[in-house]
Each structure stands twice: as structure tokens, then as C-alpha cells.
Write a protein that binds this ligand. Structure first.
Ligand code: F6R
Length: 600
């Protein structure tokens, strides 16, 4: 949520900031701004809206060799120019960008800022005003910055510039992601390496409650008490072309199409020279040592967890609970004696999941993160990490990360089963290979899904997806995809549960999409279709080879019954994509959302 970029060097900073913000727009896009500093002082440009609007607002005649920028996902205060970052102190000397939530901002305001008239409704402005107040006391910006940061409670990634110092960007971090990029004759600050890959691939990790003094030629990490910390930089292994759309109209469509190669990459990464599964032995041991797995995740990753539970229980015989991260802390279940916590997170930055990780670490329980971003917070802080190898996912609606999560969960479950000596009657890697080919045949039939989407979703305000067993988990994901990008109110329902109340919502023409890929429920889900048809629903049945009937709308080629979610979600993703297109929605950047949810 919210993206930050900073540059300090010898070239003009505008393009670096604007390009970086464009790459970070997935983190929030309701308002944006940049502030640059040159000998004439601060140049501030802010808009309500997207980076494209900011580009138009920025005065191209202004040249400066340092600056900070921000793209916002509103938390405190509605999206507006006043609430857009950067924010400035009363005198205009200090300018700040911030990502996160300051929990004690009312207290700080009341304790220190009674004489200051605030210009915005944001918690961020409190920070910059406080720096100015404390600067009056310490007469030193670094000290005022450190003292201010020490007073903050909550999450923050901060970039600060002082109009009287053209040589420094002051940086601080707690819980919210932030990196320092290192270049020849310049340095950068970014929420995500993707923002600045064009400039450098060398980054310095910043840990929580650290401060960084960033100059043109060096970046010094300090503890809050000012003591310097040595840390080696690392190379970000992201291919810059992975974050371009290429010839695709949208990242989402590109990422849907990338699913077969991602599955093949996962097979390759988790396979040894003898075609057996290769997994970190420590992860295997953690699985074998645990008497119950607790999967913690949010949104789409939670849906992948629901599927993963089936693999781990059915194949490896280990009990699994799946929990929504944001609820876990309030409704913490009675834990087993030897729990293993598995965090599933595409970004590895989801604040709700992280707060559970912090809690369970305090309790001394082991943890594994399954993520697409190995250097992310959840990955660094958990005991073990499994990498999704899906490549950067840019579209806000998650697609390839979901299938990658499921594939890695298959690997984890199979590895545990094999380590326990359980004989599986199928070759999992070979079956995953078949899934990749089936996915390809599905993505090749885009026109079919475009037509179904036009037929079912162009006019409607609501829709239902129904499924049973494994299909129930997939229809929950299908409905999330549809609602988040097309704004159609959609529900993914257990087929048998509909008649216990929700069937009252079915009217003449209500779209109901039924998924049937499981032999044991094929008959009963079709019965549910009859029930809704009898009440006027317009139905679409997506089934699988071997279970199909003449009246089915689409039949998915055969895959192993346990692995059907990997295939059956693809038509669902494409239906949502085309529904959004037909309704003229912004597919990659749906309203009110952001990709990386770094606030609780
Ligand atoms: C939906 C979507 C979200 C994320 C959720 C968790 O398409 O992308 O529901 O799955 O915000 O994010 P991660 O996986 O990064 O923890």
C-alpha cells in the first residue's frame, strides 16, 4: 500500500521518480506527488489520480538532482490533492513521503502540535510537523529525525528531505517495506526493487527501526540511537523485462498466460537429477516434526491455502487448519502441541499475516513462508521459505501466484508424504506437467471465455458461483476475481448450502456458474444447478473430461482429480477478465484496491 521512490545523484530526478512511481502504481493509485530539491528550494507537484496525471502536472523546466515521490492508497483522509504526499512542515523546510499507519498520531498531535495548523487529514503530516518542532530543539535534522522516529508507533517507511540540505535523503522503516538502491554516483530509495531496476540491481536491506542517511555517494544504516550498522548489499534477481506488459493489453492477461511456464518452472526448481522432488531438508524436517499445520493467509492466498489443506491432509496425513490472517489474532484457536505455521503470501508483505508471524514467533513456534518474493518481510522473518518462482505479479488481481502457490503446496505435501513412507499412486511432477499443458489449451481458447463473459456478465449486478468439495474452494477464488475487477457482486457458494437461505436471491436471469470437476459430487452439484434453474437462474456449467454432459457450457481437459483447481481456475480468471473488459473497468488497477496490503 502506497509506493515510495527517492533519488539523489547528479542527473535530473524527475524521470527516475515518475518512472519509479509508475512501476509502484500497483501499490496504490488514488493520488500521487513528487518533491524535488534544487538551489531554489523545494518544487512540489501533487495530484488526485494516477501517475499519468502527475506527469502532466510536473513542470519540465524544473531541474533538480534529488527528490522523493509517492503513490497513495488512502488510509487517513480521502484521496485528494491536500492529502496526497509529499507533505510539508509549516515553514516548508521539511518534506516527507510515508507509507504505513501511525497508530499514535492523535497522541503525538495533542502532545506536540497544538500550535501547528495542519493542512491535511493524514497521519503523515504529523510526522513532518513533529520533525520541524523537534528541529527547533536539536537544531540538527538527523537528530530531529531520529527523535521523531523514536516517538512513532505503528508502521512506516519514510523518506524525508530538508530544504537546507541538498545532499541527504533521510530514511526510516518499521514494518512497511523499503529498500535503498545503490548506484555509481547516485543512490535510490524504493518500496520495491521493481521501481528502480532500470537504474540498479544492487540493494541494501533495511530492517525495522533502522534509519538510513542516504547521500549521493554512500548510504549509512543506523540504529535509532545513531550507531552505524554495516550491511552487505545484495543483487535483486528480477529480470527487468518481466515487469513490462510487452504486447499484452493488460498485465492480468499476460499473467494468466504465464501460468503454464510458471508451473513448468516450479517442476524444474523442485526436481532433482533423478526426477524426484527436491526440497529444503529443513522444511521437510519441520513438516515431519509438526503434529498440525496452521496455514495463515489473506484473499487469494487464503483460497490457495484451502486447496493446500486438502493436499497435506489427503497425501501426507497431517491435519491442517486454514485461517484468515486478519482474524487469527482475535480468534486464535487452541494450538496443538507441535504446530507449524505456514504463511502463504504472494508479496510477502501482507501486514495481517505479518502480525500473526510476530505473535507466533513470540510464542516460539516454527514458521514457513511460501512467497513470490524471497527477500520480503515474511520470508526474512519466518524460519524457512519456499519460493513460488512465478516472476513479478503486477496486476492487482492475483492469478499466476495463486496457481504457483497451489503447485508449491502440492510439492510440499508430496515431499512430506514420501518422507513418511506413504506410497502415492501417481507421479506428482508428471501430473503437474500435464496440468501445464492443459492450462495452455485453456488459455488458447480465450474467445470462448470472452463470449461466455459477454453473455453472462455484461448486464448483471450480481452472480453466483457454486461448487462442492475441491470445486467449492475454486469458486470462492472465482467470485473474488469477478468482484474485484468487474465490480459485480459475486458469491462463491458451497452447492449444497445455497438452499439453506441464499437461494432466496436467485431471480429470473441471475447468473449461476457451476463447477464440476469432482466425481464424488458431480451428481449433486448438477442437482443444485437444477434447483437454481427452476427459480429462473441463467446457468453455466464448467465440467471436466470424464464427467461432462451434453448441456455443459465448457469442458476442461482431464487432469488428476486432486490437481483440478490448477486447471479449473483458468476459465474463471478469463471469465473475470473479460467481464471487466466488457464493463469497461480498469482491469489491472481496480478501484479501491492495492496489490500489496501493508496496513492491518
Ligand atoms: C486478490 C488478491 C488479494 C491477495 C491478498 C493477499 O486478487 O490479490 O486477495 O491475495 O491481499 O496478498 P499476499 O498474497 O501478497 O499476501
Amino acid at each position: 500500500m502506497c509506493g515510495i521512490v527517492g533519488y539523489i545523484g547528479y542527473n535530473d530526478t524527475k524521470e527516475v521518480l515518475l518512472n519509479g512511481l509508475e512501476k509502484l502504481e500497483y501499490r496504490g493509485y488514488d493520488s500521487a506527488g513528487i518533491a524535488t530539491l534544487n538551489k531554489d528550494g523545494i518544487n512540489l507537484f501533487k495530484v488526485k489520480g494516477r501517475i499519468a496525471a502527475l506527469r502532466e502536472r510536473v513542470d519540465n523546466n524544473v531541474q533538480a538532482t534529488m527528490g522523493i515521490g509517492h503513490t497513495r492508497w488512502a488510509t487517513h483522509g480521502a484521496p485528494s490533492e491536500d492529502n496526497a504526499h509529499p507533505h510539508q512542515s509549516a515553514s516548508g523546510r521539511f518534506t516527507i513521503v510515508h507509507n504505513g499507519v501511525i497508530e499514535n498520531f492523535y497522541e503525538l498531535r495533542d502532545a506536540y502540535l497544538n500550535d501547528v495548523s495542519l493542512k491535511s487529514e493524514t497521519d503523515t503530516e504529523i510526522i513532518v510537523q513533529l520533525i520541524e518542532v523537534l528541529h527547533q530543539k536539536y537544531n540538527d535534522t538527523a537528530e530531529a529525525f531520529r527523535q521523531t522516529v523514536a516517538l512513532l508507533k505503528g508502521s512506516y517507511a519514510i523518506g524525508l528531505i530538508d530544504a537546507e540540505d541538498q545532499d541527504t535523503i533521510f530514511v526510516a522503516k518499521n514494518k512497511s517495506p523499503l529498500l535503498v538502491g545503490l548506484g555509481e554516483d547516485f543512490n535510490l530509495v524504493a518500496s520495491d526493487a521493481m521501481a528502480t531496476l532500470k537504474e540498479t540491481d544492487r540493494y541494501l536491506e533495511i530492517h525495522d527501526k533502522e534509519i538510513v542517511i542516504v547521500n549521493r555517494d554512500y548510504a549509512e544504516i543506523q540504529k535509532l540511537d545513531g550507531v552505524a550498522i554495516e550491511r552487505e548489499p545484495y543483487i535483486a534477481e528480477i529480470d527487468a523485462t518481466d515487469i513490462e506488459k510487452g504486447t499484452y493489453p493488460h498485465f492480468m492477461l499476460k499473467e494468466i498466460d504465464e501460468q503454464p511456464p510458471v508451473i513448468r518452472k516450479i517442476i524444474q526448481e523442485y526436481q532433482d537429477d533423478h526426477d524426484n522432488i527436491k526440497l529444503d531438508p529443513e522444511v521437510r524436517k519441520a513438516m515431519l516434526d509438526s503434529d498440525r499445520v496452521y496455514i495463515i493467509a489473506a484473499g487469494t492466498s487464503y483460497h490457495a491455502g484451502l486447496v493446500g489443506k486438502q493436499f497435506i491432509e489427503k497425501l501426507a496425513n497431517v491435519p491442517v487448519e486454514v485461517h484468515i490472517a486478519s482474524e487469527f489474532s482475535y480468534n486464535m484457536p487452541l494450538l496443538s502441541e507441535k504446530p507449524l505455521f505456514v504463511f502463504i503470501s504472494q508479496s510477502g508483505e501482507t501486514a495481517d499475516s505479518r502480525s500473526v508471524l510476530v505473535r507466533i514467533k513470540e510464542l516460539g513456534h516454527p514458521s514457513l513462508t511460501i512467497t513470490n518474493v524471497p527477500g520480503s518481510t515474511l520470508s526474512r522473518e519466518a524460519n524457512y521459505t519456499l519460493h513460488l518462482h512465478a516472476g513479478p505479479e503486477i496486476a492487482v488481481a492475483s492469478t499466476k501466484a495463486y496457481t504457483a502457490q497451489i503447485a508449491v503446496l502440492v510439492i510440499l505435501a508430496v515431499d512430506t508424504a514420501q518422507a513418511k513412507g506413504i506410497n502415492l499412486e501417481f507421479d506428482p511432477l508428471q501430473e503437474l506437467g500435464i496440468v501445464a499443458s492443459v492450462m495452455e489449451s485453456l488459455t488458447d481458447q480465450k474467445e470462448t471465455f470472452e463470449k461466455i463473459a459477454a453473455d453472462f456478465f455484461t448486464e448483471t449486478r450480481n452472480a453466483f458461483y457454486i461448487g462442492r468439495g475441491m470445486d467449492y474452494f475454486v469458486v470462492q477464488e472465482a467470485s473474488l476475481k469477478l468482484k474485484e475487477i468487474s465490480y459485480i457482486q459475486a458469491e462463491g457458494f458451497a452447492g449444497g448450502e445455497l438452499k439453506h437461505g441464499t437461494i432466496a436471491l436467485i431471480e429470473e436471469g441471475t447468473p449461476v456458474i457451476a463447477l464440476s470437476t469432482q466425481k464424488n459430487v458431480n451428481y449433486s452439484i448438477r442437482g443444485n444447478v437444477q434447483e437454481v434453474e427452476a427459480r429462473g437462474a441463467k446457468t453455466c456449467i464448467i465440467s471436466i473430461e470424464g464427467l461432462e454432459q451434453d448441456t455443459d457450457t465448457f469442458v476442461i481437459p482431464h487432469v488428476h482429480e486432486l490437481l483440478t483447481p490448477l486447471a479449473s481456475v483458468v476459465p474463471m480468471q478469463l471469465l473475470a477478465y473479460y467481464a471487466a473488459l466488457h464493463r469497461d473497468c480498469d482491469v489491472d488497477k481496480p478501484r479501491n484496491l492495492a496489490k500489496s496490503v501493508t496496513v492491518e
